[in-house]
Design a protein around this ligand. Structure first.
Ligand SMILES: [Zn+2]
Length: 71
């Protein structure tokens, strides 16, 4: 990728609607993420192997569970 592209709010919304499964720039599923990082917020650097786009997935705590106590 030669220069950064700015994602539109529509591209971001579509990425989230796809659960982060496809590149927000070119819609490829040939993407790979680094390990999760945390310093209060949790995020992951992700890149597209087809178009070279780079972005960050940002994670939010959404639920709590006790799997050992399930039926
Ligand atoms: Zn891409």
């Amino acid at each position: 990728m030669s220069e950064s592209q700015v994602l539109t709010s529509e591209q971001k919304a579509q990425y989230l609607a796809n659960n982060g499964a496809m590149c927000p720039f070119c819609q490829s599923d040939n993407i790979e993420g680094d390990t999760l990082q945390s310093d209060g917020d949790v995020w992951q650097n992700v890149r597209c192997l087809d178009c070279g786009g780079e972005w960050q997935d940002i994670y939010t705590l959404t639920a709590i569970d006790q799997p050992d106590l399930r039926d």
